[in-house]
Design a protein around this ligand. Sequence first.
Ligand SMILES: [Fe+2]
Ligand SMILES: [Fe+2]
Length: 322
Amino acid sequence: MSTLTTATARDAFIGSLTAAGLDAPWMEPGPLIRPKASAMQARVWRWADIEPLVRRTPEFMAPGRGAERRIVRLDNPGVPERTAGHTISIAVQYLLPGEVAPAHRHTPNAVRFMLHGEGAYTTIEGDKFVMRRGDLVVTPSMTWHDHGNEGREPVIWTDGLDSPVVRYLENLAMDPYEGEIQPVRTGPPARHLHYRWETAYAELMRRSAGAADPFDDVLMEYLDPATGRSVVPALGCYLQMLRPGVRTRAHRETSSAVYHVVAGAGATLIDGVRHAWGEGDFFAIPPRALHAHVNDGGAPAILYSVQDVPLLKALGFYRVEA
Ligand SMILES: [Fe+2]
Ligand SMILES: [Fe+2]
């Protein structure tokens, strides 16, 4: 119905729609469902930039009530909420010897991956997990958790959260715990929330003897042994190895990812742009970006990543295009 009426009648009709809280999208030119480019941008965050800044944060902040966590968040220039991705929030957390990050609980799920220092722990619902380098610890939605550093040097880990998803779903909430830290229970933990480096690395080595993945070389996902599912409903965590000389095939996925370089160096080609990375760096791959990984060096590169693949799969939106 393009020329059926006058402009005045049309304006009056739009006015009536608006007054009634309605909108007729066909009154605007263009297709009904308009493709939207990804706001999330490909980028690299350098450990050489992150580490000195993180180590200065105690000058400005002491963790306690009202300042729950001493974190520095990865800021993606395309994401309005300033998280690493539109579904994934990534932070680097720092605790000095003797410090405690007081207990709280919140709707977002979180995954910690230990980077530096000895003596860090996370207590989840009374179960205390000591986090060594390369360990992964999951704090499921609404579980009480506090962190501490019982060692003699500062500790650094990276947090991955599904908080942007929870925010989108209008359910972002956090409760403080009564008291600073939870009492610790004895005996075996109630749930499997601690994935040790030795176990994950051994599994990666075992897989390296088998057939290579054309897009990721050697890849394993951390899976909850109780359910066989991803460690967090919306987010999957992965450990992968790019062997020396490997150039993976390029693919596009509808999911997005944030990587951390555990060891080694290499590059990822994202939509034709080469993003070189080295140990400690982080990098982000937006949805539907064509990406391939390269290891030109003489040593294996080990990558840890958080990806929203489980969320896309649950909603029926996960697609891969080689
Ligand atoms: Fe938390
Ligand atoms: Fe991929």
